[in-house]
Design a protein around this ligand. Structure first.
Ligand code: URA
Length: 442
C-alpha cells in the first residue's frame, strides 16, 4: 500500500486523507500492510503527532476492525479505564458496585504494565477465575449478573493488537494519538454509553506532570466523545499508594473488605468518585444521589453479592466464591514470610517511596519483567498507616509479604520506604482535576 499521502499529511500537520487512513488501518488488521510500512507510519505519528480528526478516525477504525458488543434494550452500559497506579484495585469493586446500582459493565482489562499491577493478574489470584471470554460470553455474563471483567483479546480491535505489538519494538509507545486510539478503541468496542477515565499523575504514574496528564486526558476525552460516548476524565494523584494493600491477592483482599463495608477510606473514595461520575452521566440523578447509591451498595453487601456472582459466572466454584467473600485469606492464602517495619519515632506518615515500593514488590514476583514471567500473587505490601496518619514510636508502619527471604541490602531499603515527620497542613486528596466532554471543544 502507498502511504505517501498519509506521510505527507502528517509531516505538514494536516489531516490524513480519510479513505487512505481507513484502508491503512484495515490493511494492518488483515495483515496486507507489511510491518515496515506500518513502522514508517507509526514513527511519523510518533514524531509529528496528528490532528484531532485523525485521532478520532483512527480510534473509530481500530474499533471497527473487530467485534463490537451490541446490547438489548436495558440499563446503561458503562466502564472505566485507568492509566495504572500502585495499589489501583478500583475495577474489582467498581464493576460490581455499578452493576448493583443498575448498570451493565462489560469491562475489558489488561495485565500489569511495568511497575503497575493489572486487574487481570489480580483476578487470576482467585482459584478458577477465567478471564478469557469471547464477546458473546461477555454479553451473556453481563446480561446475567450485571458485569464481567475479561482480558483484552484479538476478537476486539485486532488492529490495535498488531499496532501495539509493533509500537513495543519500535519505540513508539509514548505518543498521545497512539495511546488514545489504542485505549479508547477497545473501550468503545464494548458498546458503551459512558466512560470514566482515571488518568494518574505523579511520581508513581506514567504521567509525571500535570501538563502531560491533562494532555492525555483531553486527547482521550475528545476521541471517546467523537465516538458518541459520554466521557469524564479524572486526574488523580499517584504519589502515595492507593489504599492499604499492594500486590495481586492482597488487593483482592482489600477490595473484598471495602465491599464488606470496611476497608480503606482512600480506596472507597476513589471507587465512589468514579462510580458517581458514571451514574450521573447515565441516570437522571445528581451527584449527591449518585454518591449515596455508590456508598450504599458498598456498605450493604449488594456490591459484594454481585462480585460473588461474577466470580461464579467466570468459572469459580460456588463454594470457593462463598468462602472468598467471607474469609478471603482462606481462599487466597498468605505468603510464607512477612517482614514488618516499625516507626523509629512518633509523628505523622509524611511520605511513601511509592515507585520504589512497586519495583521492590515486582522484583519479588508481584509483577513481570518479561512477557512470560510468572506472577507470585501473594507478594506485596500491607500499609498499617496511610499518608498523614499519626503514629507512635514502635508502631507497625508496613508489612512486606514475600516468598523468598530478604537479603540484608533489601532489608535496609525496606525501612526507607515510609518516612515519619510533622503533620501536613493539607489533608491528602486524590482528585486533582476533572475534564469533561464539553470542556475539550475548541
Ligand atoms: N494501554 C493500552 O491499551 N494502550 C496503550 O497504548 C497504552 C496503555
Amino acid at each position: 500500500m502507498n502511504i505517501e499521502p498519509l506521510l505527507s499529511a502528517i509531516l505538514s500537520g494536516e489531516s490524513q486523507p480519510p479513505t487512505h487512513l481507513v484502508a491503512f488501518v484495515n490493511g494492518v488488521a488483515e495483515g496486507s500492510v507489511d510491518l515496515d510500512t506500518a513502522t514508517q507510519w507509526l514513527k511519523a505519528v510518533h514524531q509529528h503527532g496528528c490532528t484531532r480528526e485523525d485521532t478520532v478516525l483512527l480510534t473509530q477504525t481500530m474499533r471497527a476492525s473487530g467485534a463490537i458488543l451490541t446490547w438489548p434494550e436495558g440499563p446503561p452500559v458503562v466502564d472505566k479505564h485507568s492509566t495504572g497506579g500502585v495499589g489501583d484495585k478500583m475495577s474489582l469493586m467498581l464493576a460490581p458496585a455499578l452493576a448493583a446500582c443498575g448498570c451493565r459493565v462489560p469491562m475489558l482489562a489488561g495485565r500489569g504494565l511495568g511497575h503497575t499491577g493489572g486487574t487481570i493478574d489480580k483476578l487470576e489470584a482467585i482459584p478458577g477465575f477465567k478471564c478469557q471470554l469471547t464477546p458473546e460470553e461477555m454479553v451473556e455474563a453481563v446480561q446475567s449478573v450485571g458485569c464481567c471483567i475479561a482480558v483484552q483479546n484479538q476478537a476486539i480491535a485486532p488492529a490495535d493488537g498488531v499496532l501495539y505489538a509493533l509500537r513495543d519494538v519500535t519505540d513508539t509507545i509514548d505518543s498521545l494519538p497512539l495511546i488514545t486510539a489504542s485505549i479508547v478503541s477497545k473501550k468503545a468496542a464494548e458498546g458503551l454509553e459512558a466512560l470514566v477515565l482515571d488518568v494518574k499523575v505523579g511520581e508513581a504514574a506514567f504521567m509525571k506532570t500535570l501538563d502531560d496528564a491533562r494532555a492525555l486526558a483531553v486527547s482521550m476525552v475528545e476521541a471517546a466523545t467523537g465516538l458518541g460516548i459520554k466521557t469524564e476524565a479524572q486526574l488523580t494523584d499517584m504519589n502515595a499508594p492507593i489504599g492499604t494493600h499492594i500486590g495481586n491477592a492482597l488487593e483482592v483482599m482489600e477490595s473484598i473488605e471495602v465491599m464488606q463495608g470496611l476497608g480503606s477510606a482512600d480506596t472507597r473514595e476513589l471507587v465512589v468518585l468514579q462510580g458517581t461520575a458514571l451514574l450521573t452521566m447515565t441516570m437522571e440523578i445528581g451527584a449527591a444521589e449518585a454518591e449515596q447509591r455508590m456508598r450504599t451498595v458498598l456498605n450493604n453487601g449488594a456490591a459484594l453479592d454481585v462480585f460473588q456472582a461474577m466470580c461464579v459466572q467466570q468459572g469459580v466454584d460456588p463454594s470457593v466464591a462463598s468462602a472468598l467473600v467471607t474469609d478471603p485469606q482462606s481462599v487466597l492464602g498468605r505468603a510464607p514470610h512477612q517482614t514488618t517495619i516499625l516507626a523509629k519515632e512518633a509523628g505523622h506518615v509524611a511520605s511513601f517511596q511509592t515507585m520504589a515500593m512497586a519495583q521492590f514488590a515486582r522484583s519479588h514476583g508481584a509483577g513481570r519483567f518479561h512477557l512470560d514471567d510468572m506472577i507470585d500473587p501473594l507478594v506485596g505490601f500491607v500499609l498499617h498507616r496511610t499518608l498523614g496518619s499519626p503514629v507512635t514510636k514502635n508502631e507497625p508502619l508496613l508489612t512486606f509479604h514475600h516468598t523468598r527471604p530478604l537479603e540484608a541490602e533489601e532489608m535496609s531499603r525496606l525501612v526507607q520506604f515510609v518516612s515519619v515527620g510533622s503533620p501536613s497542613s493539607t489533608p491528602p486528596t486524590r482528585l486533582v482535576m476533572r475534564i469533561q466532554s464539553s470542556q475539550t471543544k475548541p
